[in-house]
Design a protein around this ligand. Structure first.
Ligand SMILES: Nc1nc2c(ncn2[C@@H]2O[C@H](COP(=O)(O)OP(=O)(O)OP(=O)(O)O)[C@@H](O)[C@H]2O)c(=O)[nH]1
Ligand SMILES: [Mg+2]
Ligand SMILES: [Zn+2]
Length: 387
């Protein structure tokens, strides 16, 4: 039986091919695959010749499914897969050109990515990501070749050198880990995470760690402000165990990504939640941080009490990807009731007269801190646009 992510609704689309495919391998197996598995290759040699040498835009028509075309995260269409020969697995981590994939048999396979797949994905760095469900063709000695990626849901992305980087896919929720001190709490960073989670279809839990080092009472107003937004806040200490039971309750049976700045205690929390895990702590990350281009690896960890967690490397500045300025207010739920009351329908809530949002801030119906976060994100979105 042939199967691709929903093969029923087939559709022809045009895809850009990369330069490295200007001399396509035309061996028998390829041709056969195309005939068998619903591909048609129609890049005509005559068309090719008209174009300048080295041009990137030779096109190929691929039959794909509607579902794949409309999947989240601007995913490219996926090739059809022979489910007799391939296995459906989950990417535990990505290391350079290889991914460690857990197969349906519970074994792990070291997999490369099929070349065709790379040509379909525009950001080469991100062809496959941690948490992806992939079809792979097993080979000898625990190796394999990834042929197709299932549509993603629940993604955490950030922008890195102006490109979107999907840190992890197919997770249910995000635990934003912040330390109350060392490094200092950064509420604006929390707001960015909240927006990013909303965008990626993730629920958020805020975890304020290192509570053993401060008097938590002084943080009550901040905690209250997130509670008002319906976001759970948990005070924790990986050192004393404070709040770990509450955190654990939220993790059971779900796939959760932990993210936050470096040094806030993500690995320490996971180690405390699951004794024996032995995640590498600070010393190691300090060593790797010296090389700025060290590959960032996020790793899926099966939790003994049920569910998955993903420990991710600390982020320096967390940037939202490709947000349009008009989109920003949508990330501030508390602003929503006031927006329709602004005098100008396209009010940006910055300089305009008779702005209901600014009035609400003055009257303390909207927290000033959150409003400043809004202004900061709006500013970033506008700068992004002008680059
Ligand atoms: N006092 C105190 N120290 C903590 C706590 N949690 C973590 N630490 C310390 O903070 C430092 C950083 O902890 P990590 O768990 O490595 O931080 P991380 O968020 O995983 O950092 P990266 O891997 O660099 O992103 C270590 O020295 C920990 O011992 C805590 O709750 N209380
Ligand atoms: Mg860590
Ligand atoms: Zn306004």
């Amino acid at each position: 039986m042939l199967q691709c992510p929903a093969m029923d609704k087939k559709k022809k689309i045009r895809v850009e091919l990369r330069k490295n495919r200007s001399k396509p391998p035309r061996d028998k197996r390829w041709t056969q695959e195309f005939q068998e598995h619903g591909f048609t290759e129609d890049a005509q040699p005559s068309q090719e010749r008209v174009r300048a040498k080295g041009e990137l835009s030779r096109k190929r028509t691929i039959i794909t499914s509607e579902e794949a075309l409309h999947s989240e995260g601007d995913q490219p269409p996926m090739p059809a897969v022979d489910t007799h020969e391939c296995l459906l697995g989950r990417v535990l981590k990505v290391q350079g050109l290889y991914s460690v994939v857990e197969g349906p048999d519970g074994k792990t396979y070291r997999c490369a990515v099929r070349r065709l797949l790379k040509t379909l994905v525009t950001d080469e760095r991100n062809v496959v990501t941690t948490g992806d469900r992939v079809w792979f063709r097993p080979a000898a000695a625990g190796e394999g070749l990834i042929e197709s990626i299932e549509p993603r849901h629940g993604v955490l992305t950030r922008s890195s050198r102006r490109r979107e980087h999907v840190l992890v896919a197919n997770v249910d929720q995000l635990v934003v880990v912040m330390s109350l001190i060392e490094p200092d709490l950064k509420p604006h960073l929390i707001d960015r995470y909240l927006a990013c989670a909303q965008r990626g279809g993730l629920e958020t839990i805020i975890c304020l760690n290192k509570a053993d080092l401060v008097d938590p009472v002084s943080y009550q107003p901040l905690i209250g402000s997130y509670a008002q937004l319906g976001v759970p806040v948990i005070l924790t200490s990986a050192r004393t165990g404070l709040g770990l039971e509450l955190l654990k309750e939220r993790l059971v049976g779900r796939a959760t990504v932990f993210s936050g700045q470096s040094g806030v205690g993500k690995s320490s929390l996971l180690n405390a939640l699951q004794p024996g895990l032995g995640l590498r702590g600070r010393e190691v990350s300090e060593a790797t941080e010296k090389g700025r281009h060290t590959t960032t690896t996020a790793e899926l960890i099966p939790l003994a009490f049920g569910g998955w967690a993903v420990d991710t490397p600390g982020v320096r500045q967390f940037q939202l990807w490709n947000i349009r300025p008009e989109e920003v207010e949508g990330f501030f739920a508390e602003m929503r009731p006031f927006v329709p009351l602004c005098a100008f329908p396209d009010c940006s809530h910055t300089h305009e007269d008779r702005c209901a949002v600014k009035l609400a801030v003055e009257r303390r119906l909207i927290s000033e801190r959150r409003y400043l976060s809004y202004l900061g994100m709006l500013q970033s979105a506008r700068e992004e646009r002008h680059h």
